[in-house]
Design a protein around this ligand. Structure first.
Ligand code: NAP
Length: 286
């Protein structure tokens, strides 16, 4: 007998490696919570196979779309026929979907960053605050555009490899001051927002230790590292009376636009979801 039931909508996260990803936990929580007939799974694909995996979407496999993580974000950008403005400027995608048989790509990291700041530090985006980004990798690029989008006038960037910061600013066409790697204290002097976008402070990496006393008195210190949830940087910010913002909310919020595209409902980043992921991070420390 042929089943007439509507098949489940299938989405994925693709990366190499991928076992550390919390995305299946997040999306499957939302699917269950919203009673949607769908599934979301992690798919491990080596760099040399990403193009054929993407070409097989909607054909060899039944996926309607998914998330893309390290190391495939740039290669997937090149495979998409259509891009959102964010993705086009960043030349990297983390969310893809099929529409009329063609692959579309978006980059939701900036959305995740902004939504998390809105949640954890309301009114953070006063344009007269000096914002400092530490790092110049993929996440820093998305955050730089997000700060520009929220109207920040003074943005400072500092990175271990300064040439990478220079390239980032010139490729994105954003106005920002670049500080040499050994001038961190000068870069953060008077700043109202400091954002760590490097992997320093992550479990297994050296901590990021900075003298925060030169920040503006009402400064916000944001760390996009989320394992551990409270990095040494954030603990120090909290003890000094600054507003700490952890990176978990960015991870959760960046997942929202993709879920809405594939499954048709906008999910909520709730306390219960946050708690679920915090527990999982505690159980598997990576
Ligand atoms: P990436 O493109 O590889 O960039 C890494 C950045 O960290 C670069 O600026 C790099 O500096 C710097 N860095 C690495 N090791 C360093 C060290 N020992 N000392 C000083 N700087 C160092 O990585 P990414 O994708 O931007 O991710 C960066 C971090 O953000 C990771 O920990 C990732 O897990 C986290 N992240 C979190 C979220 C979230 O949703 N919360 C989203 C994306 C990323 P150089 O240019 O000098 O190499």
């Amino acid at each position: 007998m042929i089943s007439t039931a509507t098949p489940a909508t299938k989405a994925f996260v693709v990366g190499w490696p991928i076992s550390h990803s919390r995305s299946p936990l997040v999306h499957n929580y939302w699917l269950k919570k919203l009673g949607i007939n769908g599934s979301y799974q992690a798919v491990a694909i080596e760099p040399e196979r990403i193009e054929s995996f993407l070409n097989g979407l909607g054909k060899d496999n039944e996926f309607v779309g998914g998330n893309v993580t390290i190391p495939h974000k740039e290669a997937t950008y090149l495979c998409c026929s259509h891009h959102t403005d964010q993705a086009r400027r960043l030349k990297a995608v983390n969310t893809i979907w099929l529409q009329d048989g063609e692959l579309h790509g978006d980059n939701s990291d900036g959305h995740g960053f902004v939504a998390n700041m809105d949640d954890q530090a309301p009114n953070w985006d006063k344009a007269d605050r000096i914002a400092v980004i530490f790092g110049a990798g993929g996440a820093a690029r998305a955050i730089l555009l997000a700060l520009e989008g929220r109207g920040f006038k003074t943005i400072r960037i500092i990175n271990r490899t300064p040439v990478r910061a220079t390239r980032m600013v010139s490729e994105l066409g954003v106005s920002a001051e670049i500080f040499p790697a050994d001038k961190l204290q000068a870069a953060i002097s008077g700043a109202g927002i400091f954002i760590n976008t490097t992997s320093l402070g992550m479990t297994g990496q050296p901590p990021l230790e900075i003298d925060l006393s030169v920040l503006a008195p009402d400064a916000i210190v944001s760390d996009i590292v989320y394992s551990p949830l409270e990095t040494r940087l954030l603990a120090s910010a909290r003890k000094s009376g600054f507003t700490p913002v952890d990176g978990l909310g960015m991870l959760l919020h960046q997942a929202v636009p993709g879920f809405e595209r594939w499954f048709g409902q906008r999910p909520i980043v709730s306390k219960a979801l946050r708690e679920l992921v915090v527990q999982d991070l505690g159980a598997k420390k990576c």
